[in-house]
Design a protein around this ligand. Structure first.
Ligand SMILES: Cc1cc2nc3c(=O)[nH]c(=O)nc-3n(C[C@H](O)[C@H](O)[C@H](O)COP(=O)(O)OP(=O)(O)OC[C@H]3O[C@@H](n4cnc5c(N)ncnc54)[C@H](O)[C@@H]3O)c2cc1C
Length: 346
């Protein structure tokens, strides 16, 4: 899949040999953060410019589930997502060994049996579990479901913990992160544009796809891994967080409105209640929504033009794909390797 594009690499690598040349990354969301990490590891001089505060409350990454689930996503996503996602799992393991790799569990109510079988057909690397095995894995779900699919090699991160963790790691590697600052033009610089939806002014076709989520808190249930409940309209999931919190997500709506609708709130909360009635007593901590940056085919892209590399369109898979996309940029800058499925060179 990797090929070499000599004219572009020579212009980028010429620039990188210029004394004082740096790489400026725009955006400290999950895409920009991983780009910085992989490039800093190559020994490059990297700086990040992020217009938000360090809390990153306005980035899409802030509201994400953080599931690293290339196998489950194969049910609805293109094969390129699984290919890059599987590579990313290895990079998460290498760079963030504390990442939770407890797998994912997929369940369905008896009336959605056909959806369950369809999901099993369209995905691989799963094991079918009966009631006892479900209970052994997740005691809180004892007696709730007769069958489940278990995807043992999948993982999840908590975005609001892992981003600050990665930002601190970058700082310790000498990367400067300028929060609340947009970059002013400089010469001798390669720009890696990871502005998410804000890059639509330069990337035509980029759109926002709304995802709504709810955070609840209860000490009545303990889960060790994301649980997906198959649903006729959209996949709903419950992800365990620290301090007895759970994120319930997520809708996928073709809208750029940032509010949470009553319909979505009802559906998300009902889904949680259907997984376990103890969620009925949980406290609602937060209702939130984010706009996933996506191109028409919902596949990620790396555009390379002169001194700018734009990494975007991560859609529902930013946490899953960011490491592999960063690795692609790093190998492009190192030796001109281009991935034909993802990269477009002007
Ligand atoms: C509800 C929900 C659940 C999700 N769950 C998952 C999941 O479980 N797993 C998964 O892999 N993905 C998930 N996603 C998708 C994931 O959140 C996105 O794919 C990802 O956050 C996109 O990351 P990004 O870095 O491209 O964009 P962003 O996170 O939006 O980051 C872009 C950053 O650029 C900054 N910026 C913008 N303009 C400028 C400028 N001019 N100068 C400097 N900085 C600028 C912004 O402030 C922002 O911080 C979910 C998304 C939603 C909405």
């Amino acid at each position: 899949m990797l090929q070499t594009s000599s004219s572009i690499v020579s212009s980028a690598s010429r620039l990188l040999r210029t004394p004082g040349a740096t790489i400026d990354i725009l955006g400290a969301g999950i895409a920009g953060t991983w780009q910085a990490l992989m490039l800093a590891k190559q020994g490059r001089r990297v700086a990040i410019y992020e217009r938000d505060t360090a809390a990153m409350a306005n980035s899409t990454s802030h509201v994400a589930g953080g599931m690293l689930a290339p196998r489950c996503e194969a049910e609805s996503a293109e094969p390129v997502i699984t290919r890059l996602g599987v590579r990313s799992l290895a990079l998460w393991r290498e760079e963030c060994p504390e990442t939770s790799f407890n797998g994912s569990l997929v369940v369905a109510h008896p009336r959605d049996r056909a959806d369950f079988e369809r999901f099993a057909r369209l995905t691989d690397r799963h094991r079918r579990l009966g009631g006892d095995a479900i209970e052994a894995l997740e005691p809180a779900l004892a007696g709730r479901f007769r069958e489940a699919l278990f995807f043992p090699d999948e993982g999840h991160v908590e975005p609001r913990r892992v981003l600050p963790h990665l930002h601190a790691r970058l700082a310790s590697m000498g990367v400067t992160i300028h929060f609340e600052r947009e970059r002013s033009e400089t010469t001798h610089t390669i720009v890696v544009d990871c502005r998410g939806l804000a890059a639509r002014e330069t990337l035509s076709g980029l759109r926002g796809v709304k995802g709504e989520m709810i955070v609840v808190e209860t000490d009545e249930i303990v889960l060790s891994r994301p649980v997906r409940l198959l649903h006729p309209r959209w996949p709903l999931y419950i992800i365990p967080r620290a301090h007895n919190r759970f994120m319930i997500g997520a809708t996928t709506i073709e809208s750029e409105d940032r509010g949470v609708s009553i319909r979505s709130a009802l559906e998300l909360l009902s889904a949680a209640y259907a997984v376990h009635p103890a969620f009925g007593e949980a406290r609602i901590i937060e209702l939130g929504a984010g706009l996933r940056p996506a191109f028409a085919d919902n596949r990620p892209r790396i555009f390379i033009e002169d001194r700018t590399i734009a990494v975007n369109g991560l859609y529902r898979h930013g946490f899953l794909l960011a490491p592999a996309l960063a690795e692609l940029t790093a190998s492009f800058l190192a030796n001109g390797a281009t991935d034909q499925e993802v990269m477009q060179c002007a």
